[in-house]
Design a protein around this ligand. Structure first.
Ligand SMILES: Nc1ncnc2c1ncn2[C@@H]1O[C@H](COP(=O)(O)OP(=O)(O)O)[C@@H](O)[C@H]1O
Ligand code: SF4
Ligand SMILES: [Mg+2]
Length: 371
C-alpha cells in the first residue's frame, strides 16, 4: 500500500488562504446560461409508521430565483440547513422541484424526462462536498473518473476511455500513472481533484460545486480553488460554488447570493456584497469573517447572531430572519420583505451600490442611516 502523498504537489504553491487573495477581475456581462425562477422544494413531514399522515413540510428551498451567466461564478453562501444542497440537487436535476423552473439555455429542465433529461444532465454536473465519502473506496481512480462514460458512451468510445481518463487526471494536476490506485491512497485535496476530474468527464457547461473545499485545510482550499479557476478559463465553464463561509467564495465569485432558511436574502456583485452589504444577516456573516490586519480587527464591531436557525418546517412569520435580527420590529413580523432593489423615499439613490436585498430597511442601510 502506498501512503497518502501530501496535498497539491502539482498545483503552483499558493501559500495564501483564499480570503487573503484579491478579488477576481470583473468580466463583461455574457448571456444567461441558466435561469432559475421561483424554485421550491418542500419535503413532506409524515407521522405514523404503518399509516403515514402528512403533518407538514420541510421548506428546504422556498422560492429562489437567480441567473447564471456563461463563464461566471455565482457563490451561494449560508449556514448549514439553509437549503444549499437541496438547491444544488434541483439545479442538477438530481431531484424534482415542488414548483418553479430551471431553464438551461431557455429550456425548462424540470419538465424533461427520458433521453432529453439524460442529455441535459451531461451539461450540468455536480462536484460533491466530501471527497472522503463521495468516492467509492472499492473503485480505482480510473474507474471513478471514467464512470460517467458508462452512462454516456457516446462521449468516449470504449477503446478511447483509458486515454480520456489519463487526460482528465493530467488536466486536474494528478499523475496519470495513478489510474490504478484507490481513493484511500490520496490526500484530501487530491481526492477532490479526482471528484473534479469526474465532474469534467462529460465536458459539461455548468458545474455545481457543493462545498467542494469545506472538508479541506485552508492552504489546500486555495489550491483547489485555483485549480477550479484555471479549469473555468480553459473550458469556459460556469460555476455555482456553494460554501457556508463568505470568505471562501470571495475570491472565486463574480456574484454572490446569501441564503437564509430556504430563500436568497441578498444578491450582488462581489464588491456589493462584501463592501456594501445591506441585509443584517449578510452583515452578521461578514462580521464573523476574520480580517488579516489586526488593527482593523480591533476596530470592528462583531455582530453576534443570537439563537439557532429556526426550523424550515415552521419558519417565522414576516421576515424569516427576524428572530435573530438586531433591527427587527413589529413590521418585520407582519410583512415579508421581497428580494428587491431598495428604492429611496422620493429621491433617487444613485451611486450607492444598490442591489437586491430582502430587508425592509435595506434602503436606510444603503444610505448609511445609523440604527
Ligand atoms: N430528503 C430530505 N427529506 C427531508 N428533509 C430534507 C431532505 N433533504 C434535506 N432536508 C432538510 O432540508 C433542509 C435543508 O437541507 P440542505 O439543503 O441539506 O441544507 P444545506 O446544504 O444548506 O446544509 C434541512 O432542514 C434538511 O434537514
Ligand atoms: S426585514 Fe426586519 S427582521 Fe428582516 S432583516 Fe430587515 S430589519 Fe431584520
Ligand atoms: Mg449542504
Amino acid at each position: 500500500m502506498t501512503s497518502a502523498p501530501s496535498d497539491g504537489a502539482a498545483e503552483p504553491a499558493a501559500g495564501t488562504a483564499p480570503s487573503a487573495l484579491a478579488p477576481r477581475e470583473e468580466r463583461g456581462p455574457r448571456e444567461a446560461i441558466l435561469e432559475v425562477r421561483d424554485l421550491v422544494k418542500h419535503y413532506p413531514l409524515t407521522q405514523g409508521i404503518v399509516i403515514k399522515r402528512q403533518v407538514g413540510a420541510v421548506k428546504a428551498v422556498d422560492g429562489v430565483s437567480f441567473e447564471l451567466r456563461r463563464g461566471e461564478t455565482l457563490g451561494v453562501v449560508g449556514e448549514s440547513g439553509c437549503g444549499k444542497s437541496t438547491l444544488a440537487k434541483l439545479v442538477t436535476s438530481l431531484e424534482a422541484p415542488t414548483s418553479g423552473s430551471v431553464r438551461f439555455k431557455g429550456e425548462d429542465v424540470t419538465r424533461l424526462s427520458g433521453r432529453a433529461l439524460k442529455a441535459l444532465r451531461r451539461n450540468i454536473q455536480m462536484v460533491f462536498q466530501d471527497p472522503y465519502t463521495s468516492l467509492n473506496p472499492r473503485m480505482t481512480v480510473g474507474d471513478i473518473v471514467g464512470e460517467p462514460f458508462d452512462i454516456h458512451p457516446e462521449v468516449a468510445p470504449r477503446g478511447d476511455r483509458r486515454r480520456r481518463v489519463r487526460e482528465l487526471l493530467d488536466v486536474v494536476g494528478l499523475n496519470p500513472e495513478y489510474v490504478n490506485r484507490y481513493p484511500h491512497q490520496f490526500s484530501g485535496g487530491q481526492r477532490q481533484r479526482i471528484g473534479i476530474a469526474r465532474g469534467l468527464a462529460l465536458r459539461p457547461e455548468i458545474i455545481v460545486a457543493d462545498e467542494p473545499v469545506s472538508a479541506l485545510d485552508v492552504s489546500v482550499q486555495a489550491q483547489v480553488i485555483n485549480l477550479m479557476e484555471r479549469l473555468q478559463d480553459e473550458f469556459d465553464l460556469s460555476y455555482i460554488f456553494i460554501a457556508h463561509d463568505l470568505s471562501v467564495v470571495r475570491h472565486i465569485s463574480d456574484r454572490v447570493g446569501v441564503m437564509y432558511l430556504g430563500k436568497l436574502v441578498e444578491t450582488g456583485t462581489e464588491s456589493e456584497i462584501y463592501e456594501h452589504p445591506t441585509h443584517p444577516y449578510t452583515q452578521a456573516l461578514l462580521s464573523a469573517v476574520p480580517v488579516p490586519d489586526p488593527d482593523a480587527e480591533d476596530g470592528r464591531a462583531r455582530i453576534v447572531l443570537d439563537g439557532d436557525v429556526p426550523s424550515p418546517a415552521d419558519p417565522p412569520s414576516g421576515c424569516r430572519f427576524r428572530t435573530r435580527c438586531r433591527k427587527a420590529d413589529e413590521r418585520c413580523a407582519r410583512q415579508e420583505p421581497p428580494l428587491s432593489i431598495p428604492e429611496g423615499p422620493g429621491r433617487p439613490l444613485e451611486g450607492l451600490a444598490l442591489h437586491p436585498s430582502a430587508c425592509h430597511y435595506a434602503e436606510e442601510e444603503a444610505r448609511g442611516v445609523p440604527d
